[in-house]
Design a binder for this molecule. Structure first.
Ligand code: ADP
Ligand code: ZN
Length: 772
């Protein structure tokens, strides 16, 4: 029989650690902390489980439960000397777990990436040899005669920068010579940490701060004043015999700022100078961008401005190797990297003394994580700012209605930049009615209007560049008449019906209404009603025919498979080796090309009729962002928007660059239907390879959810998901809505915990879902 000492412990421990065991089963156990072990919340530890030793994370350190019948076992050892998770991040982890109904384990996994948890990634080191200063000529000469090998090594070192070389550069079998040289005191040998720098090869040209215009200055003043207030409160904490506790610190962070600046208004310059002000106060900065790969220019601008602090900027992206990620993470944690730029998951970057968080393009849906834990990085940023506390700036030309609503209720403070920074005017936006074009180009799918073709020809003749944007969201899912523009919508809801190929039906994803697929347009009786959609390849094909002498490049997911493809194409576009850039959503963001004077949006309404209450908002955002790529230099810009629904508010307000007008009418719709920001939406999905079982499971859950449904929560019907079959699995879903988030999540979680699911059915819950 095995004998375990821990079971024999009779003395009651002073403190115990509650440990979340690594692994999918989410076990939480209490362990006694050995007297000499400095275990605190967030530490990584080794603990015994049955006869084995495993690893885990300390969630809490506390006195033992009063009447414990069992003596708890002792924790074995600390994996890292210091806690890897800060108290604030631990608090955030708990919040995410509660709010989104994700397991705490999965949140901790996001906070402490795999690369950091595995022990064999630890910092890479190398041995270096350093020659002594001022070695006498006589000494060298003597060495040359007696020990030519040692002499050679020494001369190599003396010729090297800082008289230092890695020992591996000194040739194989140099170890004995090095040892002798060290014994003679001619060299010293030591160990140096090597940073695995992912971007070591990149060259960056330094940039200087620009003189801010009045509106930028005003925005900057607000932000720097908030930073200064935080600083004062920080100092108040310091004196006294007792170290400041979290509670003594300023309890509330300043209000989050929403920097609402039209495209090209110089938001980035405001970010850069605010970041500088934060560094000047000795604090650190976190910058979130929607996707690192799609925002190379924003990253470069940060690097250029802070290039004198070169290795104080850390860029976190998905292409880092495990080793690089480990190094970057620890550079951040130890305060060596003081500016962190990253996408979604960088919200968990372990920055000490965080002073400022910037969330660029805060409206982007890529901030919402689609896999567990399903958090929204913008919302978590706001929370983190409140917990730290620190200043937060959310920036966008087209803020999300969630953030906009927060400015209306006074939770956020809006800062506006409503002119372009270079004093040029906003581009002129023309809307082309493609219904007329379709009549002209009988029978054909109208891709290019005459107007757009002429405009492209003109730019080509003048040596100016153009961007053509193709909206692919909602590709071929809704039915639209090519003659009158009519879209098949649900008679009970303000959404388009979704085409289901499997059973040849149109289905409403809000109320479940179904109808047959019409053979001709219900409105104008034209038989030309069809699923709409064409791809970038088709566009390129058409363009090659009408503009044979132009040079094209295509940016879409297919073309981007090759590594660095995006970077190379953007480079060639910048140096004008390309006349016309054709692309999808990938080119909508943050690009700044002064020679681009024409932007064409080929099918503006393709995203408008998908069964998602955010469809209109997304279309408005997309047109505004894409239009913002035009006329960013000395030359005036023009935007041509092709659409079958020219009078849709999303298109008309975008044409006038009128965010306020758009927000006002869209909010009215949201209010009426209790959609966000006037309530929360959660989606419960069941999937299985057995269609009936997925549906039946969800129906069972539906019944249980219906019993004791908390007040204010509405339960939708069981419906097929828009993507009914994916990866051979059938999917069904229920949409729940509620004014308050917690009752909804709690109710769903409780029911899920009480229900035993069939083995071949997976059920997931997505709170504040973005994709329906
Ligand atoms: P946004 O991020 O709001 O779209 P950018 O930061 O890209 O705008 O600014 C657009 C252009 O204006 C950039 O070329 C930038 O260098 C320039 N710019 C920004 N602020 C100023 C300023 N105060 N004076 C002159 N040019 C500026
Ligand atoms: Zn019609």
């Amino acid at each position: 029989m095995k004998f375990d000492f821990a079971y024999q412990t009779r003395s009651i421990p002073q403190v115990i650690a509650r440990v979340l065991i690594d692994g999918p089963s989410e076990l939480v156990f209490d362990y006694a902390i050995p007297a000499d072990l400095p275990v605190v919340e967030g530490c990584r530890v080794r603990v015994p489980i049955r006869q084995k030793t495993t690893s885990g994370t300390v969630l809490a350190v506390m006195p033992p439960p009063e009447q414990s019948e069992f003596a708890v076992r002792e924790l074995k050892s600390l994996i890292d000397p210091e806690p890897l998770i800060t108290p604030v991040l631990l608090k955030i982890a708990r919040w995410i777990s509660n709010y989104y109904g994700s397991s705490l384990e999965s949140v901790i996994r996001s906070i402490l990436p795999e690369a950091v948890r595995t022990e064999d990634n630890s910092a890479k080191t190398r041995r270096i040899a350093i020659a002594k200063e001022n070695i006498a000529v006589g000494e060298l000469a003597a060495l040359e005669k007696r020990a030519p090998k040692q002499y050679l090594i020494l001369t190599l070192l003396l010729a090297a920068e800082n008289r230092t070389l890695p020992t591996t550069d000194l040739g194989e079998g140099s170890a004995p010579s090095l040892k002798s040289l060290a014994t003679k005191g001619l060299i010293t040998i030591s160990t140096e940490e090597v940073r695995r720098d992912p971007e070591a090869a990149e060259t960056i040209v330094a940039s200087k701060p620009l003189l801010l215009n009045d509106q930028q200055q005003e925005a900057f003043d607000y932000i720097s004043k908030a930073l200064a207030t935080m600083e004062r409160d920080g100092i108040d904490d310091l004196p006294g015999d007792n170290p400041p506790s979290d509670h003594q610190k300023r309890e509330t962070a300043p209000k989050p700022f929403l920097l609402l600046g039209v495209t090209g208004s110089g938001k980035t310059e405001v970010y850069l100078q605010s970041a500088q002000a934060t560094l000047d106060l000795g604090k650190t900065v976190l910058v979130l961008v929607p996707e690192i790969a799609l925002t190379p220019q924003t990253v470069r601008r940060f690097k250029a401005r802070f290039s004198q602090l070169n290795d104080q900027v850390a860029v976190l992206h998905s292409n880092l190797s495990q080793g690089e990620r480990f190094d970057e993470w620890h550079r951040i944690r130890t305060g060596k990297a003081r500016i962190v730029i990253g996408a979604r998951s960088a919200v968990f970057a372990p920055l000490p003394d965080l002073g400022l968080i910037i969330v660029d393009e805060e409206h982007e849906s890529s901030y919402k994580q689609e896999n567990p834990p399903r958090y929204h990085a913008r919302d978590v940023s706001v929370l983190r700012a409140a917990f730290e506390p620190c200043v937060i700036v959310l920036g966008s030309a087209t803020p999300s209605l969630e953030s906009w609503q927060n400015t209306l209720t006074g939770k956020y403070q809006v800062l506006r930049l409503d002119k372009r920074a270079d004093a040029h005017s906003m581009p002129l936006v023309r809307v082309i009615d493609m219904r007329l074009e379709a009549q002209k180009q009988k029978g054909q799918v109208a891709i290019l209007s005459d107007r757009l073709r002429n405009a492209l020809e003109q730019r080509l003749a003048k040596g100016e560049q153009s961007i053509l944007f193709l909206n692919r969201r909602g590709f071929a899912r809704s039915l639209q008449c090519h003659s009158c523009g009519h879209v098949c919508t649900c008679p009970h809801c303000a959404v388009a019906l979704t085409y289901h190929r499997t059973d040849e039906r149109l289905v409403c994803h809000v109320c479940g209404h179904q109808s047959i697929v019409p053979r001709k347009c219900p409105e104008c009786k034209n038989p030309g009603i069809a699923l709409q959609g064409y791809g970038t390849q088709k566009v390129e094909e058409v363009l090659r025919k009408v503009l044979p002498e132009a040079r094209f490049a295509r940016i879409d997911a297919d073309a981007m498979r090759r590594k660095n493809a995006l970077r190379d194409i953007l480079k060639n576009f910048k140096s004008h080796k390309i006349d016309i850039l054709i692309g999808t959503q990938m080119i909508a963001k943050g690009l700044h090309f002064p020679n681009v004077t024409l932007v064409g949006i080929l099918n503006a309404d393709l995203g408008l009729h998908i069964p998602d209450f955010r469809a209109g908002e997304r279309t408005f955002q997309l047109i505004t962002q894409v239009a913002g790529r035009a006329g960013r230099g000395e030359l005036e810009g023009e935007v041509i928007v092709q659409t079958f629904t020219p009078h849709s508010p999303s298109i008309q307000f975008a044409r006038k660059h009128d965010f306020d007008g758009y927000a006002e009418q869209e909010m009215e719709m949201r209010r009426q239907f209790h959609f966000p920001p006037f309530g929360h939406c959660g989606v419960l999905t069941a999937r299985s390879t057995h269609e009936r079982r997925a549906e039946f499971t969800l129906q069972t859950l539906h019944l249980r959810l219906k019993e004791r449904l908390p007040e204010g929560v509405t339960l939708g019907e069981v419906l097929p998901s828009p993507l009914i079959r994916s990866h051979d699995q059938f999917r069904f879903q229920i949409t729940l809505r509620s004014h308050k988030a917690r009752p909804l999540t709690n109710h769903v979680q409780t029911i899920l915990q009480k229900t035993t699911l069939p083995e071949d059915v997976t059920v997931v819950f997505d709170m504040d879902a973005y994709n329906f």
